[in-house]
Structure formats: C-alpha cells, structure tokens
Design a binder for this molecule. Sequence first.
Ligand SMILES: NC(=O)c1ccc[n+]([C@@H]2O[C@H](COP(=O)([O-])OP(=O)(O)OC[C@H]3O[C@@H](n4cnc5c(N)ncnc54)[C@H](OP(=O)(O)O)[C@@H]3O)[C@@H](O)[C@H]2O)c1
Length: 267
Amino acid sequence: MEFENLLGIIGIGKMGSTLLKAALKTIDNQQIIIYDIDEKKRQEISDQYNVKEAKNNVNLITTSKYILCAVLPQVIDDILDQFMNIRNNQIIISIAAGVSMKHIMKKINKEIGIIRVMPNTPALIEEGATAISHNKYVNQKDLDFIKNVFREVSLVVELDEKLMDAVTGLSGSGPAYVFMIIEALADGGVKMGLPRDISIKLAAKTVLGAAKMVLETNEHPALLKDKVASPGGTTITALHQLELSRLRSSLISAVEAATLKSKSMKE
Ligand SMILES: NC(=O)c1ccc[n+]([C@@H]2O[C@H](COP(=O)([O-])OP(=O)(O)OC[C@H]3O[C@@H](n4cnc5c(N)ncnc54)[C@H](OP(=O)(O)O)[C@@H]3O)[C@@H](O)[C@H]2O)c1
C-alpha cells in the first residue's frame, strides 16, 4: 500500500471518537492512526481501540491516505498550516461547521480532493443525519469510502456545497429544536398531572416513534398526521391549537434564521 495508514483522524473529541468507532466497523484497526493535542486522551483512545498514535499532526498527515479533521472550526486554520507536504493523491475530510472547501483549498494552495461533511449530534448514538459534499478532485471510490464510515453512525445524503448552510439550519441545529419540543410536550403532560419522568419518556418516545414512521413508511408527514386525527376528536382539536400558535411557521422561520446565521458567519 502506498500509505502506511488508510485513515488518519486529527482531533479525538466527541465527533472524532465517534467517527473512529464508525471507521473501525469498516476498516482494520492497524490501518487507522489518530492524533489529539491532549496527550492523555490520545493515549487512552489508542489503547482502548488498539489504533496507532501519531507523533504529531504532520506525522499523521504524511502517512495517511484519508485525513479526517475533527477539530473545532477555530482550530482548523492552525491544522491546515501543517498540510504543506500533502500530495495530490491524498484526501482531506473536514467536519468543521462553516468552513468551506474553497477556504481549505486556499489555505493549502494545492489542487487536492476535499470532502466536506456536516454531521449532527445524534451521530454520537448512531442516529445522526449527515450531509456530504466534495470537490472535483474526489473520485467515486474515495467518496464511497467516506460515505460508508458516516453510514455507520448516520443517514447520509450527498448535496452541493452551497446547500450546506441549509443543512446546518435544519439537521445541524435541529436536535436542539426537537429537544425544546420534547421539553414542551413533557411540560404539557406535567400540567395535565403526569409525573415529570414519565412525561419526558412518553414525549421522547412519541417523537422517536413518529420520526421512525416517516422514515419507514415513506409517507408524507401530512398524510400520517391526517391518519391520527379522527373527525371531531382530541387530535384535531390540538392541531387547531398548534395552527393558532403558528407552530409550523415558527419551525420554518427557525430553520431559515439558522441558515442565514450560518451564511453570515463566513462573511
Ligand atoms: N459535536 C457535534 O455534534 C458536531 C456536529 C456537527 C459538526 N461538528 C464539528 O465537528 C468538529 C469537532 O467537534 P467536537 O464536538 O468533536 O469537538 P471536541 O469534542 O472539542 O473535539 C475536538 C478535539 O480536537 C482536539 N484538538 C484541538 N486542537 C488540536 C490540534 N491542534 N491538533 C489535534 N487535536 C486538536 C481537542 O483537544 P482539546 O479538547 O484538548 O482542545 C479535542 O479533543 C467541529 O468542527 C464541529 O464543528 C460537531
């Protein structure tokens, strides 16, 4: 093999360690190398998963075919400064929110394959939603390799990079909207006399079950909603209240606001 390691992961925090576990399901542990600035964390993770530990970022970059940067956006420029010896048969994968491929290319100043990925927090429990985009230097084999890693922890969709801000506004920030919805539903249950712990469980399982029905039946959510709402019943009475309080409009505005905020952060 031309490279000592198939995959190098820079930054073994929440996402980096999740993706390490995902990668271990698709490739051999001896083909993975990791580096994190935190020596203790680095050693713990490499011992736990029996993967190689790089001496530093440059050592990882020069020995890995695929280099996954799982560091915070504030740190990515410092990392990119260490890519000076990268070769054009290597692929950079970035999950840093709001960092464009154009920015990475400009920093590296080389025509190189870049894959930009936007996962979300539920990837930590293998229930994520991930969008992937790539530049013209990435071939199908490289793309499939990376998609397969992310598929271990999430649903994966491929999109043009210009839609990444909308992804941030919907699935990137979306878990927070849903947490708020679950909290509010649980409050409703408590107001109507349910114990708090039971109310939270019922609310969360209701959201999970409804989401699964959308994905598994492939039916439009409006049709599924209609099936729950019987004539003159409790559900249609509640749905009327939600329309009066503009729930749908609020959620559309939330996605729009987060998308615009994501766009403005790069200007
Ligand atoms: N968490 C999510 O749900 C989520 C969702 C979508 C996208 N993302 C993206 O994923 C990226 C990582 O997020 P995260 O939540 O996993 O962050 P995190 O838990 O803070 O992990 C980042 C890791 O990188 C290490 N690090 C910092 N500087 C480094 C350097 N120079 N070289 C090597 N390692 C370095 C950090 O060490 P120290 O802690 O010692 O600084 C930390 O272990 C971010 O760009 C974020 O935008 C995250």
